[in-house]
Design a protein around this ligand. Structure first.
Ligand code: NAG
Ligand code: NAG
Ligand code: NAG
Length: 479
């Protein structure tokens, strides 16, 4: 999360303040879009259609103008006697002039061709059309979600079915990433759609032969030879003279004689060797009763802070070692809305298609550092009151907006040299239906996002050394 050390040039900072906003859109059960992203894409689709429509209107008007011009030119007097023109200088002058006028008129009528303007618009930054790269990262984010939460295509597409082409594309992207089991499942989904689609009005980007080949190949790479053989046989039925398929089939059969293992490609492995993924799926370590007794809730006045005496904070100890404190209702919905309003245009600037130079595993997750203003000042004051720490050397508030499958891999907020970020204060700016937890794989803690609450922990021990237990990650947002 924090490779941006140059941005945060305060090496002696005493406190890191961090606002994590997980703004997730879940209208009905709309999947995998952040609100901003989804609204903007819908907007762009409407924009593009409108521009296309205006372009067609402009072309029609232009055509009519050209036809009118042609009619006028046709009615110009012409010479019945070409012989005369070559001998009569006046006639020659008339002809030359008319020819020139004819040419000029055609130039001016065809010059304001709307086509160039339209082409220019299509490639301009005005339209924020997702790039191929954006599309790819959205596909990879979906596959990452499947891995983390062990989801089949049917789980993901319950509310929003995909077309054959859309599913096939996911299979291809999974293949490129060597995720052969997920690739296989997407190709299987595609095959099912292929069987069910009776009409031919959808234009397929692939043939059935190609699909069967992918099914065979992904099963082969996963190590499931009988399944690979089955699909290569199907392929050979469609394409009996294909020598490549024949030799692949032979290879599979030979391998099968020697290989004892046959992993089940149809079932996703629920056991995860990765504690981050297990935590994200809610496999939290049970707390021992000794530890449970140290976990408690209370109202806190920050040790008699005058600003908190009348409105004490709701403080909950979420974990003891390392100590993680949750503050409930630390920020109101209204304040969250203001912060989002301030951040939104800044987040959008580094959005799809623009070369913002920001490096992130998932490009659709966006962030911005907020400059000090009244609202930011109020939030900072509250963090100071809650934690008893001075905000003088704190970083700017960092707003984070998670997009499709947006997540952060395990990381520390501080480096292991001294004068690093002592502590982290993380505010959740939206609820998340499924996913989006902040997990600490080394201690087995999963903190669920809850709108308006914040969590707080020290990254460093009292002697200034990095507390290795504070390695944490953000789980992918599912819904
Ligand atoms: C996904 O779908 C499978 C098969 O229908 C079902 O058994 C499983 O419980 C679903 N998983 C989730 C997380 O919904
Ligand atoms: C698709 O249809 C073929 C033959 O029509 C059948 O063998 C195959 O099992 C079907 N596949 C799926 C995934 O429904
Ligand atoms: C946030 O922006 C929206 C849309 O521009 C506006 O309707 C709303 O009143 C703003 N909210 C606040 C608290 O400023």
């Amino acid at each position: 999360m924090f490779g941006d050390l140059d941005v945060l040039k305060m090496a002696t900072m005493k406190l890191l303040s961090f606002v994590a906003c997980v703004w997730v859109f879940s209208a009905g059960h709309e999947l995998f879009s952040s609100m901003d992203q989804a609204m903007q894409l819908v907007e762009e689709k409407r924009n593009l259609l409108e521009h296309f429509n205006s372009y067609i209107n402009a072309e029609e008007e232009n055509l009519q103008r050209l036809r009118r011009g042609l009619e006028i030119l046709r009615q110009l007097p012409y010479f019945k006697d070409p012989e005369n023109t070559t001998t009569d200088p006046v006639a020659a002058y008339k002809l030359m002039r008319q020819l020139r006028i004819l040419w000029l008129t055609i130039i001016t009528t065809t010059e304001n061709n709307p086509y160039d303007d339209f082409q220019e618009l299509l490639f301009s930054d005005v339209l924020k059309i997702p790039s191929e790269e954006d599309l790819e990262s959205a596909a990879l984010a979906l596959i990452k979600l499947q891995e983390t939460y062990k989801l089949y295509p049917v789980n993901l597409t319950k509310e929003t079915p995909l077309t054959e082409n859309e599913a096939y594309y996911l299979g291809l992207k999974a293949t490129v990433e060597d995720k052969f089991q997920h690739a296989f499942h997407w190709f299987l989904y595609t095959l099912k759609m292929f069987n069910e689609t009776k009409s031919f009005n959808s234009i397929r980007t692939f043939t059935k032969e190609r699909l069967l080949e992918h099914l065979g190949s992904s099963a082969y790479h996963f190590g499931s030879l009988p399944v690979a053989i089955y699909f290569y046989q199907q392929l050979l039925k469609l394409d009996p003279t294909n020598e490549d398929v024949k030799s692949t089939l032979k290879l599979c059969r030979n391998l099968r004689l020697y290989r004892t293992s046959n992993p089940d490609i149809f079932t996703l492995n629920k056991e995860s060797t990765n504690s981050y993924e297990a935590l994200c799926r809610g496999k939290v370590k049970p707390r021992t009763s000794r530890r449970q007794s140290t976990l408690s809730c209370r109202y806190s006045t920050g040790g008699g802070n005058p600003r908190l005496i009348l409105a004490p904070l709701k403080e909950e100890i979420e974990w003891d070692e390392p100590r993680i404190i949750r503050y409930h209702d630390i920020i109101s919905d209204k304040e969250i809305e203001i912060l989002k309003n301030i951040s939104r245009p800044l987040l959008r600037r580094s959005m799809v298609g623009s070369g913002s130079g920001k490096v992130s595993n998932v490009r659709l997750s966006q962030s911005v550092f907020l400059e000090e203003d009244d609202m930011v000042y109020r939030v900072n004051q509250r963090i100071a009151d809650a934690t008893g720490l001075s905000m003088e050397t704190a970083e700017l508030l960092h707003v984070q907006n998670y997009g499709i499958g947006g997540r952060y891999e395990t990381h520390y907020d501080a480096g292991d040299n001294q004068n690093e970020r002592i502590a982290t204060f993380l505010i959740y700016m939206s609820d998340v239906e499924i996913g989006g937890a902040t997990v600490f794989p080394k201690v087995g803690v999963a903190l669920q996002p809850k709108k308006g609450s914040a969590v707080f922990w020290y990254n460093l021990h009292k002697n200034g050394d990095l507390d290795l237990r504070t390695a944490h990650a953000g789980c992918p947002v599912l819904v």
